[in-house]
Write a protein that binds this ligand. Structure first.
Ligand code: S3P
Length: 170
């Protein structure tokens, strides 16, 4: 059994996933982090030097490698749902949870973060709206459950996920 967290940048996948894994005594897996480790560079540098298409291939390869994972909480990159193949790989991995957040909230949480190459834009809010319009239906299609992360508190999101999946803290 795995729990797979999907959602837009800044929706709290990593913080919530780390906490949930600790509470459940599960392994925590972060796809961005594993891709960075494998390539020996940051996501921003991968985008810069090898391009987005290469990064997306890395995501798919990694999901295939994770197919034997068990008792893990897997936090994914915000664009992982763009590919139909990835969406089905995610669903095969376990319960897919969409951490939903609204554009103004996302903007607030990301602040002036420079680690997300896709948001290196002048009008970040407009870009978030544009990207979310494409992605929202994909997140919804891939997810088994939706969590609204409006409080911005990983503790609340983790609790909601445990309640939805009926899993007790160990
Ligand atoms: C991306 C989200 C990032 C990272 C990369 C691309 C996206 O992950 O994978 O910058 O396309 O939304 P987070 O969602 O963890 O920020």
């Amino acid at each position: 059994m795995n729990i797979v967290l999907i959602g837009f940048m800044g929706s709290g996948k990593t913080a919530t996933g780390r906490l949930l894994a600790k509470q459940l005594d599960y392994r925590f897996i972060d796809t961005d982090q594993l891709i960075e480790q494998k390539n020996g560079m940051t996501v921003a540098n991968i985008f810069d030097r090898k391009g987005e298409a290469f990064f997306r291939q890395q995501e798919t390869e990694l999901l295939k490698q994770l197919c034997g994972a068990d008792n893990s909480v897997i936090a994914t990159g915000g664009g992982i749902v763009l590919s139909a193949e990835n969406r089905s790989l995610l669903q095969n991995l376990g319960s897919v949870i969409y951490l939903q957040a609204d554009p103004p909230e996302i903007l607030k949480r990301l602040g002036t973060d420079q680690t997300r190459p896709l948001l290196h834009k002048e009008d970040r809010l407009a870009e978030i709206h544009k990207m979310l319009a494409v992605r929202q239906p994909l997140y919804l299609a891939a997810a088994e459950c939706i969590i609204n992360t409006f409080t911005g508190q990983p503790e609340k999101s983790a609790e909601q996920i445990r309640q939805l999946l009926k899993i007790e803290v160990r």
